[in-house]
Design a protein around this ligand. Structure first.
Ligand SMILES: Cc1ncc(COP(=O)(O)O)c(C=O)c1O
Length: 328
Protein backbone atom coordinates (compact mmCIF):
# COMPACT_ATOMS: atom_id res chain seq x y z
CA UNK A 1 0.00 0.00 0.00
CA UNK A 2 2.91 2.35 0.79
CA UNK A 3 3.89 3.47 -2.69
CA UNK A 4 0.71 3.56 -4.72
CA UNK A 5 -1.12 6.76 -5.63
CA UNK A 6 -3.98 5.95 -3.25
CA UNK A 7 -1.78 5.98 -0.21
CA UNK A 8 -0.10 9.19 -1.38
CA UNK A 9 -3.55 10.71 -1.68
CA UNK A 10 -4.44 9.48 1.79
CA UNK A 11 -1.24 10.86 3.29
CA UNK A 12 -1.84 14.23 1.67
CA UNK A 13 -5.36 14.24 3.11
CA UNK A 14 -3.97 13.63 6.55
CA UNK A 15 -1.45 16.42 6.60
CA UNK A 16 -2.45 19.30 8.79
CA UNK A 17 -5.56 18.80 10.85
CA UNK A 18 -6.08 15.53 12.63
CA UNK A 19 -8.66 15.69 15.37
CA UNK A 20 -9.03 13.18 18.23
CA UNK A 21 -10.90 9.92 17.99
CA UNK A 22 -12.37 8.66 21.28
CA UNK A 23 -13.99 5.41 22.26
CA UNK A 24 -17.06 6.06 24.41
CA UNK A 25 -16.55 3.45 27.08
CA UNK A 26 -19.36 4.41 29.43
CA UNK A 27 -21.88 5.32 26.75
CA UNK A 28 -21.21 2.01 25.07
CA UNK A 29 -22.68 0.35 28.14
CA UNK A 30 -25.54 2.85 28.42
CA UNK A 31 -26.45 2.24 24.77
CA UNK A 32 -26.37 -1.52 25.49
CA UNK A 33 -23.95 -2.20 22.67
CA UNK A 34 -22.31 -5.58 23.08
CA UNK A 35 -20.36 -6.46 19.98
CA UNK A 36 -20.23 -3.04 18.32
CA UNK A 37 -18.25 -0.08 19.55
CA UNK A 38 -19.17 3.55 19.50
CA UNK A 39 -16.60 6.29 18.91
CA UNK A 40 -16.54 10.04 18.69
CA UNK A 41 -14.65 12.01 16.07
CA UNK A 42 -14.11 15.15 18.13
CA UNK A 43 -13.81 18.38 16.16
CA UNK A 44 -13.77 20.67 19.19
CA UNK A 45 -9.98 21.04 19.22
CA UNK A 46 -9.89 22.84 15.86
CA UNK A 47 -8.57 26.42 16.12
CA UNK A 48 -12.05 28.01 16.41
CA UNK A 49 -13.66 24.97 18.01
CA UNK A 50 -15.64 23.38 15.19
CA UNK A 51 -15.24 21.34 12.01
CA UNK A 52 -16.00 24.55 10.06
CA UNK A 53 -12.26 25.26 10.31
CA UNK A 54 -11.60 22.55 7.74
CA UNK A 55 -13.75 24.23 5.10
CA UNK A 56 -12.67 27.75 6.06
CA UNK A 57 -8.97 26.95 5.72
CA UNK A 58 -9.54 25.41 2.30
CA UNK A 59 -11.66 28.32 1.06
CA UNK A 60 -9.14 30.94 2.17
CA UNK A 61 -6.39 28.98 0.39
CA UNK A 62 -8.55 28.81 -2.76
CA UNK A 63 -9.31 32.55 -2.57
CA UNK A 64 -5.57 33.23 -2.52
CA UNK A 65 -4.99 30.87 -5.48
CA UNK A 66 -7.63 32.76 -7.43
CA UNK A 67 -6.03 36.09 -6.53
CA UNK A 68 -9.05 37.36 -4.57
CA UNK A 69 -8.30 39.85 -1.79
CA UNK A 70 -11.68 39.47 -0.06
CA UNK A 71 -13.68 36.47 1.10
CA UNK A 72 -17.31 36.57 2.20
CA UNK A 73 -19.81 34.31 3.91
CA UNK A 74 -23.23 34.48 5.55
CA UNK A 75 -23.18 32.86 8.96
CA UNK A 76 -24.90 32.31 12.27
CA UNK A 77 -21.51 32.25 13.99
CA UNK A 78 -19.32 29.19 13.75
CA UNK A 79 -18.49 29.38 10.04
CA UNK A 80 -17.93 33.14 10.22
CA UNK A 81 -15.55 32.69 13.15
CA UNK A 82 -13.64 30.08 11.16
CA UNK A 83 -13.47 32.12 7.93
CA UNK A 84 -12.40 35.30 9.75
CA UNK A 85 -9.72 33.39 11.69
CA UNK A 86 -8.07 31.86 8.60
CA UNK A 87 -8.54 35.05 6.55
CA UNK A 88 -6.67 37.02 9.19
CA UNK A 89 -3.86 34.43 9.26
CA UNK A 90 -3.54 34.68 5.47
CA UNK A 91 -3.93 38.46 5.20
CA UNK A 92 -7.20 38.22 3.25
CA UNK A 93 -10.05 40.65 3.95
CA UNK A 94 -13.23 39.01 5.31
CA UNK A 95 -16.74 40.42 5.02
CA UNK A 96 -19.14 38.42 7.16
CA UNK A 97 -22.93 38.76 6.85
CA UNK A 98 -24.73 37.98 10.10
CA UNK A 99 -28.44 38.12 10.93
CA UNK A 100 -28.84 40.96 13.44
CA UNK A 101 -30.62 38.65 15.89
CA UNK A 102 -27.40 36.61 16.23
CA UNK A 103 -25.36 39.27 17.98
CA UNK A 104 -23.40 37.02 20.34
CA UNK A 105 -19.90 36.15 21.50
CA UNK A 106 -19.14 34.48 18.15
CA UNK A 107 -19.82 37.80 16.40
CA UNK A 108 -17.45 39.56 18.83
CA UNK A 109 -14.85 36.95 17.91
CA UNK A 110 -15.40 37.63 14.18
CA UNK A 111 -14.86 41.35 14.81
CA UNK A 112 -11.74 40.67 16.90
CA UNK A 113 -10.41 38.71 13.93
CA UNK A 114 -10.53 41.96 11.99
CA UNK A 115 -13.44 41.03 9.72
CA UNK A 116 -16.03 43.53 8.59
CA UNK A 117 -19.42 42.45 9.94
CA UNK A 118 -22.52 43.35 7.92
CA UNK A 119 -25.67 42.91 9.98
CA UNK A 120 -28.68 41.70 8.04
CA UNK A 121 -32.27 42.33 9.09
CA UNK A 122 -33.37 38.84 8.16
CA UNK A 123 -32.71 35.14 8.47
CA UNK A 124 -29.53 33.11 8.09
CA UNK A 125 -30.66 32.08 4.61
CA UNK A 126 -31.07 35.75 3.64
CA UNK A 127 -27.60 36.56 5.03
CA UNK A 128 -26.15 33.82 2.79
CA UNK A 129 -27.98 35.13 -0.27
CA UNK A 130 -26.89 38.74 0.39
CA UNK A 131 -23.30 37.64 0.92
CA UNK A 132 -23.35 35.68 -2.37
CA UNK A 133 -24.84 38.65 -4.19
CA UNK A 134 -22.15 40.95 -2.76
CA UNK A 135 -19.48 38.46 -3.85
CA UNK A 136 -20.72 38.58 -7.45
CA UNK A 137 -21.00 42.37 -7.48
CA UNK A 138 -17.54 42.97 -5.97
CA UNK A 139 -15.56 39.99 -7.30
CA UNK A 140 -15.05 38.65 -3.78
CA UNK A 141 -14.48 34.97 -3.12
CA UNK A 142 -17.81 33.37 -2.19
CA UNK A 143 -17.40 30.73 0.56
CA UNK A 144 -21.14 30.24 1.04
CA UNK A 145 -22.74 26.82 0.70
CA UNK A 146 -24.88 26.17 -2.36
CA UNK A 147 -22.67 27.71 -5.06
CA UNK A 148 -19.77 26.91 -7.37
CA UNK A 149 -17.23 26.67 -4.54
CA UNK A 150 -19.09 23.81 -2.81
CA UNK A 151 -16.55 21.24 -3.95
CA UNK A 152 -13.90 23.03 -1.86
CA UNK A 153 -16.00 22.41 1.28
CA UNK A 154 -16.80 18.81 0.34
CA UNK A 155 -13.13 18.09 -0.26
CA UNK A 156 -12.16 19.70 3.07
CA UNK A 157 -14.77 17.73 5.03
CA UNK A 158 -13.79 14.52 3.26
CA UNK A 159 -10.63 14.60 5.40
CA UNK A 160 -12.84 13.64 8.37
CA UNK A 161 -13.57 10.33 6.62
CA UNK A 162 -9.89 9.71 5.85
CA UNK A 163 -8.92 10.37 9.46
CA UNK A 164 -11.62 7.99 10.74
CA UNK A 165 -10.34 5.25 8.40
CA UNK A 166 -6.80 5.81 9.62
CA UNK A 167 -7.83 5.62 13.28
CA UNK A 168 -10.20 2.68 12.89
CA UNK A 169 -8.31 0.74 10.23
CA UNK A 170 -11.42 0.65 8.02
CA UNK A 171 -14.68 2.51 7.47
CA UNK A 172 -17.18 2.03 10.30
CA UNK A 173 -20.63 0.51 9.87
CA UNK A 174 -22.35 3.87 10.30
CA UNK A 175 -21.39 7.50 10.84
CA UNK A 176 -23.60 10.03 12.64
CA UNK A 177 -23.31 13.63 11.42
CA UNK A 178 -24.97 16.81 12.75
CA UNK A 179 -26.82 18.35 9.81
CA UNK A 180 -27.87 21.89 8.95
CA UNK A 181 -27.10 22.64 5.30
CA UNK A 182 -25.80 19.10 4.80
CA UNK A 183 -22.39 20.28 3.56
CA UNK A 184 -20.42 18.38 6.19
CA UNK A 185 -22.32 15.16 5.60
CA UNK A 186 -21.76 15.34 1.84
CA UNK A 187 -18.02 15.92 2.29
CA UNK A 188 -17.71 12.97 4.68
CA UNK A 189 -19.66 10.79 2.23
CA UNK A 190 -17.37 11.78 -0.64
CA UNK A 191 -14.32 10.94 1.48
CA UNK A 192 -15.61 7.46 2.33
CA UNK A 193 -16.74 6.82 -1.23
CA UNK A 194 -13.34 7.69 -2.58
CA UNK A 195 -11.55 5.60 0.04
CA UNK A 196 -13.77 2.64 -0.85
CA UNK A 197 -13.15 3.09 -4.59
CA UNK A 198 -9.41 3.22 -3.97
CA UNK A 199 -9.47 0.04 -1.89
CA UNK A 200 -8.58 1.76 1.39
CA UNK A 201 -11.86 0.80 3.06
CA UNK A 202 -14.05 -2.27 2.67
CA UNK A 203 -17.34 -0.34 2.69
CA UNK A 204 -19.01 3.05 2.59
CA UNK A 205 -20.69 3.56 5.96
CA UNK A 206 -24.40 4.22 6.35
CA UNK A 207 -24.76 7.96 6.83
CA UNK A 208 -27.01 8.84 9.73
CA UNK A 209 -28.04 12.49 9.94
CA UNK A 210 -29.02 14.12 13.23
CA UNK A 211 -30.76 17.47 13.30
CA UNK A 212 -33.34 19.62 15.07
CA UNK A 213 -37.03 18.74 15.30
CA UNK A 214 -37.87 22.45 14.98
CA UNK A 215 -37.32 22.55 11.23
CA UNK A 216 -34.70 21.38 8.77
CA UNK A 217 -35.27 20.96 5.04
CA UNK A 218 -33.30 17.72 4.80
CA UNK A 219 -35.23 16.14 7.69
CA UNK A 220 -38.60 17.24 6.31
CA UNK A 221 -37.80 16.00 2.80
CA UNK A 222 -36.56 12.71 4.18
CA UNK A 223 -39.60 12.22 6.46
CA UNK A 224 -41.86 12.63 3.41
CA UNK A 225 -39.84 10.08 1.45
CA UNK A 226 -38.66 12.69 -1.05
CA UNK A 227 -35.31 12.28 -2.77
CA UNK A 228 -35.30 15.99 -3.66
CA UNK A 229 -35.57 18.97 -1.27
CA UNK A 230 -39.13 19.99 -0.45
CA UNK A 231 -39.51 23.81 -0.35
CA UNK A 232 -40.33 25.18 3.10
CA UNK A 233 -41.45 28.63 4.17
CA UNK A 234 -39.45 30.60 6.76
CA UNK A 235 -42.37 30.30 9.21
CA UNK A 236 -41.94 26.49 9.19
CA UNK A 237 -38.83 26.64 11.38
CA UNK A 238 -38.35 27.78 14.95
CA UNK A 239 -34.87 28.83 15.83
CA UNK A 240 -33.45 28.71 19.35
CA UNK A 241 -29.99 29.41 20.82
CA UNK A 242 -29.43 25.65 20.93
CA UNK A 243 -30.64 24.53 17.50
CA UNK A 244 -29.29 27.45 15.45
CA UNK A 245 -26.50 25.51 13.68
CA UNK A 246 -29.07 22.94 12.50
CA UNK A 247 -32.33 24.78 11.84
CA UNK A 248 -33.00 25.73 8.20
CA UNK A 249 -35.89 26.32 5.85
CA UNK A 250 -33.31 26.14 3.04
CA UNK A 251 -30.54 23.59 3.52
CA UNK A 252 -28.14 24.79 0.86
CA UNK A 253 -26.72 21.33 0.13
CA UNK A 254 -29.96 19.41 0.67
CA UNK A 255 -29.96 17.81 -2.75
CA UNK A 256 -26.48 16.32 -2.42
CA UNK A 257 -27.07 15.38 1.23
CA UNK A 258 -30.30 13.51 0.45
CA UNK A 259 -28.49 11.66 -2.34
CA UNK A 260 -25.70 10.64 0.07
CA UNK A 261 -28.21 9.47 2.69
CA UNK A 262 -30.29 7.46 0.21
CA UNK A 263 -27.18 6.02 -1.51
CA UNK A 264 -25.87 4.62 1.76
CA UNK A 265 -29.22 3.40 3.08
CA UNK A 266 -28.88 6.08 5.72
CA UNK A 267 -31.42 7.65 8.03
CA UNK A 268 -32.38 11.10 9.33
CA UNK A 269 -33.48 11.68 12.92
CA UNK A 270 -34.57 14.94 14.52
CA UNK A 271 -34.31 15.99 18.18
CA UNK A 272 -35.60 18.61 20.58
CA UNK A 273 -33.36 21.13 22.32
CA UNK A 274 -33.93 19.29 25.59
CA UNK A 275 -32.66 16.01 24.13
CA UNK A 276 -29.55 17.68 22.70
CA UNK A 277 -28.84 19.56 25.91
CA UNK A 278 -29.27 16.44 28.01
CA UNK A 279 -26.95 14.35 25.82
CA UNK A 280 -24.30 17.09 25.75
CA UNK A 281 -24.37 17.27 29.56
CA UNK A 282 -24.09 13.50 29.74
CA UNK A 283 -21.09 13.46 27.38
CA UNK A 284 -19.42 16.05 29.52
CA UNK A 285 -20.22 14.26 32.78
CA UNK A 286 -19.49 10.64 31.86
CA UNK A 287 -16.96 10.89 29.05
CA UNK A 288 -15.42 14.29 29.92
CA UNK A 289 -15.97 15.61 26.38
CA UNK A 290 -17.06 19.27 26.22
CA UNK A 291 -19.39 19.84 23.25
CA UNK A 292 -21.73 22.31 21.67
CA UNK A 293 -25.21 20.85 22.34
CA UNK A 294 -26.40 20.97 18.68
CA UNK A 295 -23.52 18.75 17.59
CA UNK A 296 -24.66 15.77 19.69
CA UNK A 297 -27.58 15.36 17.29
CA UNK A 298 -25.13 12.96 15.60
CA UNK A 299 -24.83 10.76 18.66
CA UNK A 300 -28.57 10.88 19.38
CA UNK A 301 -29.15 9.85 15.76
CA UNK A 302 -26.88 6.82 16.19
CA UNK A 303 -28.72 5.95 19.41
CA UNK A 304 -32.06 5.97 17.53
CA UNK A 305 -30.51 4.02 14.64
CA UNK A 306 -29.25 1.28 16.99
CA UNK A 307 -32.76 0.83 18.37
CA UNK A 308 -34.23 0.30 14.90
CA UNK A 309 -31.54 -1.56 12.99
CA UNK A 310 -29.19 -4.45 13.34
CA UNK A 311 -25.69 -3.08 13.72
CA UNK A 312 -22.74 -4.88 12.18
CA UNK A 313 -19.58 -3.01 13.15
CA UNK A 314 -18.38 0.19 14.75
CA UNK A 315 -20.28 3.44 14.90
CA UNK A 316 -18.74 6.90 14.78
CA UNK A 317 -20.43 10.16 15.79
CA UNK A 318 -18.93 13.40 14.51
CA UNK A 319 -19.15 15.79 17.44
CA UNK A 320 -18.14 19.35 17.05
CA UNK A 321 -17.83 22.55 18.95
CA UNK A 322 -16.58 23.31 22.38
CA UNK A 323 -18.90 23.79 25.26
CA UNK A 324 -20.08 27.33 25.85
CA UNK A 325 -22.76 28.60 28.17
CA UNK A 326 -26.05 29.14 26.39
CA UNK A 327 -27.76 32.41 27.27
CA UNK A 328 -31.41 31.67 28.01
C1 LIG B 1 -21.38 23.03 15.37
C2 LIG B 1 -22.09 22.74 14.10
N1 LIG B 1 -22.58 21.50 13.88
C3 LIG B 1 -23.23 21.20 12.74
C4 LIG B 1 -23.44 22.15 11.76
C5 LIG B 1 -24.15 21.77 10.48
O1 LIG B 1 -23.25 21.63 9.42
P1 LIG B 1 -23.75 21.66 7.91
O2 LIG B 1 -24.38 23.01 7.69
O3 LIG B 1 -22.53 21.44 7.10
O4 LIG B 1 -24.77 20.57 7.76
C6 LIG B 1 -22.94 23.44 11.95
C7 LIG B 1 -23.16 24.46 10.93
O5 LIG B 1 -22.89 25.63 11.12
C8 LIG B 1 -22.25 23.75 13.14
O6 LIG B 1 -21.76 24.98 13.36
Amino acid sequence: MEDDSSSKYLVSKLLGLHTPFYRLRTLNKLFSLDSSLIYVKYEGINPTGTHKDRAARAHVARAIQLGRDTITVGTCGNYGAAISYFARLAGVRAVIFVPRSYENSRVDEIKRNGARVVFVDGTYEEAVMLSSRAAKANEWYDANPGNSTDQVSFEAYSSIAWEIIRDLGDAPFAVGVPVGNGTTLVGIYEGFRRAYREGLATRVPRLIAGTTSLGNQIAVSWSKGSTTPIPLSPSYVRETPINEPLVSYVSFNAEEALRAIYDTNGRVYAFSDEEMLEMSLMLKAVERIPVLPASVASLLALKSFIKEEEVDGSLVAVITGRWRKIKQ
